[in-house]
Every structure is written in structure tokens, then in C-alpha cells.
Design a protein around this ligand. Structure first.
Ligand code: ADP
Ligand code: ADP
Length: 231
């Protein structure tokens, strides 16, 4: 259960426009931490740096004490499971989707693991079974149902760190809240960083950072931050 640390990170996509200004924060091992803030604050940039799509101009990013510039891409991929806002599903069954496109026996194994594992609450609300065809060929899932399947398939790979990049931001608040509280329940001790839009739906986070213009503006629990308007 690794800790994620941003230590004084300076970064911009272009030399003449700095986006992150000495950003420091920590995701303690096993905690669910959320980052909120207005559009353009630099939230998604954090995820891109964590995956090393870009490297910081200065400062360090550490996972479990190790600078990620020393970690191979393959190891990073194995360490961090990401769920983006608009997950793309295969036009195939739910089982095929949560098994990441594996056929036959390999797929059966993943589906069995899903049944055994605690992730079942994430998908049991779907009205359909694992054999249901989705997408063009079959049932069209709602945005919320799609994201449930996407989160389930990421959790089944058992990544030590889970990064939700606006994974539920496009959904209505009730659906978002529902998915996040289920996630908290089924994946309670997994180090989780959730990039979010609305303070109202991340009440289950252990810690919330508020970002503004590439800096940390506030931090606290949901209760402590409730006085902030507009989130
Ligand atoms: P947020 O996720 O908080 O909405 P982002 O991290 O996506 O913010 O973006 C922060 C800033 O970086 C914005 O001003 C955005 O325009 C800029 N930006 C994002 N991606 C790129 C890019 N690929 N090239 C140049 N500028 C970018
Ligand atoms: P929402 O209810 O949030 O508006 P939609 O039901 O409109 O979400 O789904 C968003 C888009 O994703 C739709 O165009 C839909 O056809 C498409 N879609 C839904 N499920 C799948 C799937 N399993 N595979 C591919 N595309 C899908």
C-alpha cells in the first residue's frame, strides 16, 4: 500500500506558461484522497505527471519513497490503475469487458474472481448478468453503468494505487455519490487519488485537497471544507 508524494513540483506544458507552482501534497498509504478545484486548476495534469506522460521541471514525485523518474513505464502501469471520465467499453459482454478482452478460460477466471471478490457490489446493481452484450451489439449502458464496469475491471487487476480522473464527474450527483460510496466500501484500504469536480459527492474521502491555479489552496476533511462555496 504505497504512499504517493508530490514534492515541490513545478511544471508547465510550454516553457512560457507554468501550470503547477511548487505543488506539494501527499496521499497516505491506504487512504482515499480527493483533489477538487475549478477547471484549469491543474488537476488532470497531476495524473499525467504520475504516469510520466510528462516530467516535472523541478521537484520530485515519489511512490513509496521512490522517485518515479527511476521507475520503468511497465512498473508504473502495474502500480497505478486509472479510470478516466469516459471509459471505452468493448462491444462485447460485461464479462469480456471486466476481463479486459480476455477470451475463454481466462475470462471465466476473471468473472469467477469478480464473483468471489468484494467488487461485486459495484456491478450487482446492473440489471444484466456478466453474459449480457453491451454496446452496438446489445444493451446500451448508461454513463453510470459504464463507469461501474470500468472501475470493476480496473480493480480486478488489483493495482496498489487507484487514480480516478474525473471518473464520475459527468454523472448526476446521486449516481456519483452512489458509485463513490460503493467504491469506498469495496476498496477501502487501497491508496486512492480521486480527481473530482464537486465537493458534495466526495464526502467519503479521508482527505481533500483544493487546488487553484496550480497551487494548493486548502486542505481538510469534507466537514472542514463545507464552508467553501461553489464546489
Ligand atoms: P483541470 O484538470 O484542473 O481542469 P488541467 O490540468 O487539465 O486542469 O489543465 C491545467 C492548465 O494546463 C489549463 O490551463 C490547460 O489549458 C493547460 N493544459 C492542459 N493540457 C495541456 C496541453 N497538453 N498543452 C498545453 N496546455 C495544457
Ligand atoms: P448517459 O446516460 O450518462 O447519458 P449514455 O447512455 O448516453 O450515458 O451513454 C453514453 C454513450 O456511450 C452513448 O453514446 C452510448 O451509445 C455509448 N455506450 C454505452 N455503453 C456502451 C458500450 N458498452 N460500448 C460502447 N459504447 C457504449
Amino acid at each position: 500500500r504505497p504512499t504517493v508524494v508530490f514534492d515541490n513540483v513545478e511544471f508547465g506544458y510550454d516553457r512560457d506558461r507554468q501550470i503547477l507552482h511548487g505543488l506539494s501534497f501527499e496521499v497516505p498509504a491506504g487512504d482515499h484522497v480527493a483533489i477538487v478545484g475549478p477547471s484549469g486548476a491543474g488537476k488532470s495534469t497531476i495524473g499525467r505527471l504520475l504516469f510520466r506522460f510528462y516530467d516535472p521541471w523541478a521537484g520530485r514525485i515519489l511512490i513509496d519513497g521512490q522517485d518515479i523518474s527511476q521507475v520503468t513505464q511497465a512498473s508504473l502501469r502495474a502500480l497505478i490503475g486509472i479510470v478516466p471520465q469516459d471509459s471505452v467499453l468493448f462491444n462485447d459482454t460485461i464479462g469480456y469487458n471486466i476481463a479486459y478482452g480476455r477470451d475463454g478460460a481466462a475470462q471465466d477466471e476473471v468473472v469467477a474472481a469478480a464473483r468471489d471478490a468484494s467488487i461485486l457490489p459495484l456491478i450487482e446493481k446492473l440489471p444484466q448478468g456478466f453474459d449480457t452484450e453491451v454496446g452496438e451489439r446489445g444493451l446500451k449502458l448508461s454513463g453510470g453503468e459504464k463507469q461501474r464496469v470500468a472501475i470493476a475491471r480496473t480493480l480486478l487487476k488489483n493495482p496498489p494505487i487507484l487514480l480516478l480522473d474525473e471518473a464520475t464527474s459527468a454523472l448526476d450527483t446521486r449516481t456519483e455519490q452512489d458509485i463513490l460510496s460503493t467504491l469506498k466500501r469495496v476498496s477501502e484500504h487501497r491508496t486512492t487519488l480521486s480527481i473530482a469536480h464537486r465537493l458534495s459527492t466526495i464526502a467519503d474521502s479521508d482527505l481533500i485537497y483544493v487546488m487553484n491555479e496550480g497551487r494548493l489552496a486548502e486542505q481538510g476533511t469534507h466537514q472542514q471544507l463545507l464552508r467553501l462555496d461553489g464546489l
